[in-house]
Structures are given as C-alpha cells and as structure tokens.
Design a protein around this ligand. Structure first.
Ligand SMILES: [Zn+2]
Length: 676
C-alpha cells in the first residue's frame, strides 16, 4: 500500500470519528480511553483512519500546549495515547482541529474576534452555559500567534497522518481589517457606510468572504505540509464549487441525521465530491442528532438505519466515517462499538463493489451560480432529489465540468440565476452534438440559452400557481410558485390556471386550505402561455420548465411534480441507457470498475408511517425486504457474466435487441448487480 495520503484515503472503507467534546470542562477528560478499551476496537474495525480531538470549538486542547489551552481536567495526553495504539494496530491517525472557532483565543485576544455587520461579536454554542466559542478573524494575529503554535506542537509532537478541520463555517467578518482588505480588492474609496449601500455589496461581500476563507485554508494546509509533507488535510462541509477546490487531500463532511441531513442529501454530496478528483468520506452518526430540538434527548440509532446511511455513502464511492460519542471519560461505548463492528462487516462483504469504482457519467446536474450555498441550495437539492427518484444516478458538477463532448445522456441545469456566457455556449454545443439539456426557471436568464431555445421575451412571475395536464396520468400536476411567461420556443406543455384564480374574493382563502388552488379538470382555463418549451438544436434538444420546479420539489417532494418531470425526462431521452421498475425510494447508482458496470440499489424505505407534520418521532427501524425489481440496460453486446453482489451469485438475465434485462429477486438494504 502506498503511503501517499490520496492512496491510503482511497483504500479506506470505514473510518471512525470519536466525537469527544473538549467543550465540557467538568468531567475527567480521557481517563476511560485505556488500552483495554480501545485496542480491541481498533483491531476489529480495521479502519482507514481514526479521528480524535486535538482541539474543540471551545479552544481546549487534549494535550499540554505551550499556549496553556489544555482541558482543565485532562487525564492523559490523548494524541500521544492514540498515536501509540494506532501504531500498534497499523491505523492511520487524524487529528480533529477547530479552525476559525476558538473560545480561548477569542477570550484572551478580544481584538481577534470576528464581527457581524452590526459590529456585534460572533459567538457560537451558547447552548452550553459554561462556554462561549468565538470566531476569530483570519486577518488577525490568530493564525500566526495561535493556530501555527498548535499545529507545530501537534505535528512535531505526534506525527499525525492527517488533520481534519471543523468550524471553518462562521459567517462573514466585517471587522476593520476585513473592511480594509475588501476595499483594496474592490477599489472602493468612499466611507464604509456608503460602501454598504452599494447595490452589489451583499453579493460582492459573499464572494469576498469565500476568497478569504479559501486563502485561510490554503495557508493552513501550507503550514501543515511544511511541517510534514505527507500529512493529509481536509476541512468539513466546504462548498464543492471550483473556487474552493484547493487544498484538499480528501473531501469530507459530518452528515448528521435526523437533525439536518436525509439520505438523499448524503447521496447528493457524495455524487458531488465524486467529481472533484480526490477521495471523500462522510461521517454518519450512530446517535440521533437532535440538537435543534431542545426537549428531545439523544439516543443511539438502530443498526438498520446505520446500514442504510452507510450503504448510501459507500454506493456512491464514499468511505463511511462511523461517528460515535464516547462516555464522558472518553471510553468507547460497548454497544455502539458492537454496532460499528456490524457496519464494518456489512461494508467488508461489499468492498469489492464499493471501493475504487467510478461514476458511469450518465446524468449530470450542473451548478453554475457562484452564490450557490455549500450544500447546493433548494434548486440543486431538489433537482438531485428528483433525478435520484427517477433512478438517473446523477453526478453533480459546477460549470468547469461542462464541455461540448461530455459523455452524459442528460444534463440538467436547475434554476441557475447566474451562468457565464462561455458555459452557456458549451452547454448549447453539447446539445448540438446530440446531448439533451433540461433547464428550469431562472436558468433562462442566460441570453445564450434564450437564443438557443428561440425565446424572444420572458415576463418573470406572470402567474402564481399553475397546472399541467399530463400524458401518462389522469391527475394534473400543480405547482404553487411564480410561473414565467416565456414567448418563443416550441410549446411542450401548455399552462393552466386554478379555476377561480382571478376571483378577487379568493384572496380571503388561506393559501394552504384544500378548497384552494384546484384546476377545473373538465374545462381547464388556459394561461395563454407554455408551462414548458422545447427546441431541437443540431443533433440534440433542449427543454425548459418555466418555473422553479426543482426548488419546490426539494421542499414538497410532491409525486405530481415527479410524474411530470418523469414525462419530460422520458421525452428528452426516450430510450434510456438504464431503466428500472423499482420504486422512487430505491436509490440507484451506476458505477464502473475494471470494465464492469456496477448497479447499486439502496433501499431507502423508512419502513414506517412518516406522513405527519412536525413530529419528533423520527426513528427508522425494521427496513422491509423489497423486490423483485426488473432493470433494463442498453448494451452494445451481450455480457460475459451477470452476478448479484455481495456473494457473486449468478442470476437470471436475458439479452435481446441490445437490451440486457436483469431481475433483482429481492433487496434488503443494499445489493449490486455486477455486469461483466
Ligand atoms: Zn475580520
């Protein structure tokens, strides 16, 4: 095995994140982390790496630092202990380090604290009465006088294999230092109060802050590499857009559920990280993450749910970071480590189909707006959610991935208000060469795309709430969102109105009651303009949906919307490379490895009634066994072998007219059809 970070990171199937907060000052820190407690776990789990705390957001460290930041009840030098046991077990050691957040640094150096736009200080984690965690400005002395001292001690003292940075996510800083750098970069000379009144201020400051934090990470990594060239670097949950590509050795994030992330969110981020050219992993927590619900005590999640999360990550090429909370004294919790072992053996059985595979590059979801938030925003998240439900195995990329000869059968650009002209031209060239391009809503801001579609005018938000009559279903699709009146292009679907849309008294009805927003199905009222348009360009075609449908689908997940999207995708790509009769909640990933096609199926069914608003009962247990499912794959020639993984069992298959038909007899949480 090579020792370069990218090599050992991509060889790892499962990692372990020990989330042992240094924030809590009143418990002995580390006395429970003994050889007897830790060594058997490391031996059995055979990890890619283990990540332990060096410094938390509080600023307390798990070693004796010359900055006098050690945890007040530190019982043992934790990096030293873990370096010893990881050497004995051949495990890589990654140290967790809180980046811009550091409570002690901000306490001792008030001048370093980051400021909000109203000059108030940026504080985090007010949940803990004994703690204030300050965000510290990257333009202050924080890096040279604080972070650099810690990094030197950590790397020279403990020889870690990697550093994982968390807490680089505070909001923009508006202190005098940052104002000065911003002015200089923008060439603004007027008083700050006038600068803030510029119409472009908010957008420009967001982009400025992105540049500042990117430079901060580059500087951090440069110091790490100068101290130890093969020490791996990553920071959690940083936008995968091209502006942020350097300096990562791997991409990573803590995807906590049920607090924030659903399974499709984990799948989306893995499918985005997959296009960045470095290994990637996701931390999935064995404890229910309920910190936004103050009245809900956190408990251990079920094994079935952990396997669902792990399969979702691994089927999309990510290493699984098993994320656990130890006892207050740092001892691993026996029942949670048993669960970790079960997850490990589940992954071990499937390593051959999970590791070192690549995306099949079939469907691309393109993000062109530089203001896109870290996880994509509702438009991108909704587009992924819909395309995954349609089993299109989408991969995500920003505009740098777009080329005229990209291999994808379908490219989707969901409601991207900003797209540079060159990218738009490349997308049109892709369509002209036989590609199929689907756009929606604000993506039509691009004059190049408008011209390609033959659109002469757009009246944004001409109607609120509109309906579409489907070709494959008797139930119409209603989308309660602003619809654009698009003039030009060829109508793909006409738009209809709610039947008393213009009855002035309808304003007295609350928007959300069921007697509101119906379409008269027998005599629908035309809006007089299209709901979607299309145009053939060269060898291919473009279709455009005249509303922010993906944004709405992210929030609502309405099956009516999905049916319409399925019709549009089928119209664009009538003979798809892959098709299955599996339900929408079976997530499909098409991957390639050594000339083989791997079709991963992950059962994301929660197995229970979830149709209730505002509940705290979010447990997932008892995932049902489902199937059989049929799938059809268009292949130029008959395959040599088709097997079901794990296990390598031969399966019944049939090849005729360049279509391979395989039946997956049953599916519990994960199965893979391997085609040679
Ligand atoms: Zn600042």
């Amino acid at each position: 095995m090579s020792d370069s970070p990218k090599a050992w990171l991509s060889d790892g199937m499962m990692n372990l994140l020990v989330d042992y907060y240094t924030e809590v000052p009143f418990r002995p820190y580390g006395s429970g982390a003994t050889r007897e407690n830790v060594l058997p776990v490391l031996r059995e789990l055979d990890l890619g790496y283990i990540c332990i705390y060096a410094k938390g957001h509080s600023g307390y460290t798990t070693w004796e630092s010359s900055l006098k930041t050690r945890h007040v009840m530190l019982e043992q030098d934790m990096p030293r202990f873990f370096r010893e046991v990881t050497r004995e077990t051949g495990t890589k050691l990654v140290l967790y380090y809180s980046g811009l957040l550091d409570g002690i640094a901000g306490l001792r150096h008030p001048e370093w604290r980051m400021l909000h736009q109203d000059d108030s200080e940026q504080r985090y984690f007010d949940d803990f009465a004994f703690l204030t965690s300050y965000a510290n400005c990257p333009h202050s002395g924080y890096f040279d006088e604080w972070v650099a001292v810690h990094l030197r001690e950590m790397i020279e003292g403990y020889d870690p294999d990697g550093i994982w940075v968390d807490g680089d996510w505070p909001s923009s800083c508006y202190c005098a230092r940052c104002q000065a750098v911003f002015r200089e970069e923008m060439g603004y000379a007027e008083p700050w109060s006038d600068v803030q009144r510029r119409p472009e201020f908010a957008a420009e400051y967001t982009k400025f802050w992105n540049r500042v934090t990117a430079r901060w990470r580059e500087r951090f990594n440069r110091l790490v590499k100068s101290l130890k060239p093969d020490c791996a670097y990553s920071a959690g949950n940083i936008s995968p857009r091209c502006e942020f590509l350097t300096p990562f050795d791997w991409r990573s994030g803590d995807f906590f559920s049920p607090g924030f992330f659903l399974l499709h969110d984990m799948a989306r981020m893995m499918r985005w990280y997959d296009t960045l050219g470095v290994p990637y992993d996701a931390y999935v927590c064995d404890t229910s993450f309920t910190h936004v619900r103050k009245h809900v005590r956190s408990r251990t999640k079920t094994l079935d749910r952990m396997l669902q999360e792990a399969a979702t990550v691994a089927a999309n090429g990510g290493a699984v970071g098993y994320w656990t909370y130890p006892n207050g004294d740092g001892a691993f919790v026996p029942s949670r480590m048993e669960k970790a072992k079960r997850v490990r053996s589940f992954l071990r059985e499937r390593e051959d189909v999970f590791l070192h595979a690549q995306s099949a590059h079939w469907t691309a979801l393109v993000v062109t707006d530089p203001a896109t938030p870290t996880f994509g925003g509702a438009n991108v998240e909704g587009a992924h959610k819909a395309l995954a439900a349609l089993h299109r195995s989408p991969e995500l990329m920003d505009e740098t991935g777009v080329s005229a000869d990209m291999p994808h059968a379908l490219v989707v650009v969901p409601e991207q208000a900003v797209m540079d002209e060159d990218t738009a031209k490349r997308l049109v060239a892709y369509a002209e060469r036989g590609g199929r391009l689907l756009t929606s809503g604000a993506t039509l801001n691009s004059s190049v795309l408008r011209a390609a579609l033959g659109v002469t005018e757009v009246r944004a938000g001409a109607v609120q709430d509109g309906h579409v009559l489907l070709k494959t279903h008797d139930e119409p699709t209603g989308v309660d969102a602003p619809w654009d009146q698009v003039i030009g292009g060829e109508e793909l679907y006409p738009l209809y109105l709610s039947w008393d849309q213009f009855n002035p008294e309808a304003r007295h009805l609350p928007n959300n009651w069921p007697m509101h927003g119906e379409i008269d199905e027998a005599h629908p009222e035309p809006a007089g303009f299209p709901a979607a348009i299309t145009r053939r360009v060269g060898q291919g075609s473009i279709a455009h949906i005249c509303t922010a449908i993906f944004d709405r689908y992210k929030t609502l997940g309405d099956p009516q919307m999905l049916r319409w999207l399925r019709e549009i995708v089928d119209a664009l790509d009538p003979q798809p490379y892959f098709r299955t009769d599996a339900p929408t909640w079976v997530d499909v990933s098409l991957r390639r490895k050594n000339g083989m096609l791997l079709i991963h199926f992950v059962n994301q069914n929660p197995g229970r009634d979830v149709a209730r608003l505002g509940t705290d009962d979010t447990w997932v247990d008892e995932i049902p066994v489902v199937g059989p499912y049929r799938c059809d794959i268009r292949l130029p020639k008959s395959p040599e072998a088709v097997t079901l993984e794990p296990g390598g069992e031969p399966t019944d298959w049939h090849y005729a007219d360049e279509v391979l038909t395989v039946v997956l007899p049953k599916l519990w949480i994960h199965a893979c059809v391997k085609i040679k």
